[in-house]
Design a protein. Structure first.
Length: 249
């Protein structure tokens, strides 16, 4: 498995952290939470929050990668709780000191250490909740999944829970938990017939089911998704943002 440093650098090449930093910085600068709206001029708020958000994102990526490696096999929320605690432990002290320095002479009392610890913990859990929602895994017990039309092309003994679909010569290889089928059709047509399945295209030649992804790793600078059938599917740069938005890495 590739080192954490290489995986971390690969994540930073994605436009998602930069876009997230820019959007969040502008939003919190205008909102001015924790009393910064009334006590800081906009220019100072912008510089303050740009620094805070940048440090939080950079540290958060490293913490998330580390926790996911250490807690493989645990559920989403135990890992999210561990990430939130780690972020609070590492960030609350520096943020308290930084806030106190920035508020000096502004008649603005910065949050105390316990308050900052709580704020960082809650915000981290909130970010995890948003990632969970974007991943499409929110609880909806009354909704019955729609079987994709592609399953009708598969022999009944092999019809099961979808894992992945891939281009295989002039065929589309469909893998379920019951076995594999080769279908003679274009990959674009197969994607159309996957409507209703919980998954996404991750490469021009690969589609994966969201609940079949068990992890990820880097191989020679390429992001690979690990699936429950022990396969490894590459993620191309064009689809990396979608994969991150679904919370798969």
């Amino acid at each position: 498995m590739v080192s954490l440093v290489k995986e971390y650098k690969a994540l930073l090449k994605s436009p998602v952290p930069v876009v997230t930093w820019a959007v969040v910085t502008v939003l919190v600068s205008y909102a001015g939470p924790f009393g910064t709206f009334n006590k800081m001029p906009f220019q100072l708020r912008l510089a303050y929050w740009a620094t805070v958000v940048a440090v939080s994102i950079l540290l958060g990526l490293a913490v998330r990668l580390t926790i996911r490696r250490l807690m493989q096999g645990y559920g989403y929320w135990p890992m999210s709780g561990a990430i939130a605690v780690a972020m609070a432990v590492m960030l609350s002290g520096p943020l308290t000191w930084f806030s106190a320095r920035v508020s000096t002479g502004l008649n603005h009392s910065s949050p105390a250490l316990p308050e900052m610890f709580f704020l960082v913990f809650v915000v981290s859990l909130g970010v995890s909740a948003v990632r969970r929602i974007l991943a499409g895994n929110s609880v909806a017990p009354e909704i019955t999944p729609i079987e994709p039309r592609l399953m009708r092309r598969i022999a009944p003994p092999l019809q099961g829970r979808l894992i992945r679909c891939s281009v295989f010569d002039h065929y589309v290889l469909v893998v379920t938990d019951k076995g594999e089928s080769k279908l003679l059709l274009r990959f674009s047509d197969a994607l159309d017939e996957l409507e209703g399945a919980d998954g996404l295209q991750v490469h021009r030649s690969h589609w994966v089911a969201t609940d079949a992804v068990t992890g990820h790793e880097m191989e020679k600078g390429r992001l690979m998704l690990l699936l429950e059938d022990c396969s490894r599917v590459p993620v191309s740069r064009n689809y990396r943002g979608d994969v991150e938005a679904r919370g798969l890495i």
